[in-house]
Design a protein around this ligand. Structure first.
Ligand code: FMN
Length: 278
């Protein structure tokens, strides 16, 4: 199949709409890999060689950084005992224990104040933006790691569930004040090809010149139907509370998911770690 056709097919599967691709466009391999993204949760019993892991981390940490502040770090959890202890906190995600490698992406709000003190300068920027920029930098490094891993054929699954146990995980990893976990990451050689998960239509998430504020619910329901046809949910969330829905799409699932308080104590944890959120 022509590379442009392959990319068009993936985008059709993702967004339910045709997006023409110029066959002479350079970089089609990379675009196809980006568009074909999928999380992997099943891995071969094959180690990720430490040199390769270090290479991928270096590529990921080459990502852009707000004001060149470089507020993202990666922690490689090399001790299997620690990985298993983290996995034991999150029993419904067995892929954490199974992953040949496990990493934690960190937001580092510690370096800048340390540098200010070392350089004997004031630091009047101890407010929400310090937390925000560090978290954004960390997320960009995480996304870049996903791309680097995919380029060599490795599969990944980010794990924000470690933040359900942010304090415990931070203690296990000896994170100092103002260094917080943004997400874990399972890494390994994929056991199966996996598939593309459809996304909301571009008419919902892509805006031209002005935010399109009209009621997006009909378009979201279109997506629900498209997604249910291609990737139906295997289980309905909390049927004991919400009953069994005849049609169970993405919006019903997300509404049910966020009908429960999740990580309501995360702000308190972030403050206790020394960030200011005002
Ligand atoms: C920041 C972040 C955190 C995530 N946390 C988890 C997680 O804790 N457990 C998990 O199984 N998947 C996690 N995922 C993976 C998402 O569930 C996945 O990206 C989403 O379902 C879409 O599927 P896809 O990545 O295959 O397109 C996370 C993804 C991101 C970007």
């Amino acid at each position: 199949m022509q590379p442009a056709t392959a990319l068009e097919n993936i985008l059709k599967e993702r967004f339910g709409t045709s997006i023409p691709v110029d066959p002479d466009l350079p970089g089609l391999d990379e675009l196809t890999r980006i568009a074909g993204h999928r999380s992997h949760r099943r891995f071969l019993e094959r180690a990720v060689e430490p040199g390769l892991l270090r290479l991928l981390c270096a590529c990921a940490l080459s990502a852009p950084s707000k004001s060149d502040l470089q507020q993202a770090d990666i922690l490689v959890v090399g001790e299997k005992e620690t990985q298993r202890a983290i996995a034991a906190l999150i029993a419904d995600m067995p892929w954490i224990a199974d992953a040949p490698a496990f990493l934690v992406f960190l937001a580092n709000g510690r370096r800048l104040p340390l540098i200010a003190a070392a350089r004997e300068k004031p630091f009047p920027n101890d407010h929400l933006d310090l937390f925000f920029t560090a978290a954004v930098d960390s997320a960009i490094v995480l996304a870049t790691f996903l791309r680097a891993a995919a380029a060599v054929g490795l599969g990944c699954c980010p794990i924000s569930a470690i933040r359900d146990h942010a304090r415990t995980v931070s203690e296990m990893l000896a994170l100092p004040a103002r260094v917080i976990p943004v997400a874990g990451l399972c890494l390994g050689w994929p056991k199966e090809a996996g598939g593309v998960t459809p996304r909301l239509g571009l008419e919902v998430t892509l805006h031209q010149d002005r935010y399109a504020a009209e009621d997006s619910m009909p378009r979201i329901e279109d997506y629900d139907r498209r997604r249910e046809a291609r990737r139906p949910y295997l289980r309905q969330r909390a049927p004991e509370r919400w009953g069994k829905a005849a049609a169970y799409g993405w919006s019903e699932d997300k509404a049910r998911q966020y009908a429960e308080p999740l990580r309501a104590d995360f702000g308190a944890f972030v403050c206790a770690q020394g960030f200011r959120l005002d």
